[in-house]
Design a protein around this ligand. Structure first.
Ligand code: ADP
Ligand code: MG
Length: 205
């Protein structure tokens, strides 16, 4: 089946959030280690707490009926449970994407790509950030662009984007306080963004 024939329903989005929570749980220590080099050593625990709350809301209770409702509920949980900068940023990403999907019962990968493009733009607006600033946007932006090829290509682009932050000097967020000393470390938020796209590729099979 080609990508464009795939219809993604609310169950798919619940599986995505559940897979994201699992991979974040597995990699939490590494995320915190990255954040200890150029931040305040809380990114792993922030994401772990946030996605545990997301799973409780979208998978353990009555699941939201539409893809848009799943992402809006997930985004709301991240905003209210994650203390750090990443909570409002990821919360905005998912809420804005969910709003773009509207109340359709199923969406195509193309519609998901359009929704995520709006979500990523909203992150940049909220953060006052752009690709090249050594943030989650360096993984999210190429990942969303590569979604027009496949979910697997998007996951690979996100991973390459995360690695591309190593030689960058941080312009936004806590890491920017370090100036040139932020160079040589992979951005924690770009790394967790790559995990979200790895989870998406995993559930898309
Ligand atoms: P905090 O920095 O408050 O401790 P986290 O450690 O949870 O929050 O998240 C840090 C990550 O958030 C960074 O690695 C970066 O990717 C992302 N981030 C921080 N500020 C911005 C911003 N202005 N725009 C985009 N992403 C940002
Ligand atoms: Mg931090």
């Amino acid at each position: 089946m080609s990508v464009s024939e795939t219809a993604l329903d609310s169950g798919f989005f619940v599986r995505w959030m559940t897979a994201a929570a699992a991979v974040i749980d597995r990699e939490a220590e590494q995320l915190t280690e990255l954040d200890s080099a150029i931040g305040d050593a809380d990114h792993g625990s922030n994401m772990q707490r946030g996605f545990a709350a997301v799973v409780k809301t979208v998978a353990e209770g009555a699941p939201p009926a539409t893809p848009g409702a799943v992402l809006i509920a997930a985004g709301r949980q991240l905003i209210s449970t994650v203390g750090g900068a990443s909570g409002p940023l990821y919360g905005t990403l998912l809420r804005r994407t969910g709003k773009e999907l509207g109340d359709a019962a199923q969406v195509s990968p193309e519609e998901l790509q359009a929704g995520l493009s709006a979500g990523v733009a909203a992150v940049g607006q909220l953060g006052g950030s752009a690709p090249g600033d050594k943030t989650m946007l360096d993984a999210l932006t190429p990942a969303v662009a590569a979604l027009s090829t496949s979910f697997r290509a998007a996951a690979e682009a996100a991973q390459e984007g995360a690695v591309s932050t190593v030689p960058m000097q941080a312009k936004k967020g806590r890491a920017s306080y370090l100036g040139e000393r932020s160079i040589g470390h992979q951005d924690p938020g770009a790394t967790s963004s790559a995990l979200l796209f790895a989870a998406l590729a995993e559930v898309a099979g």
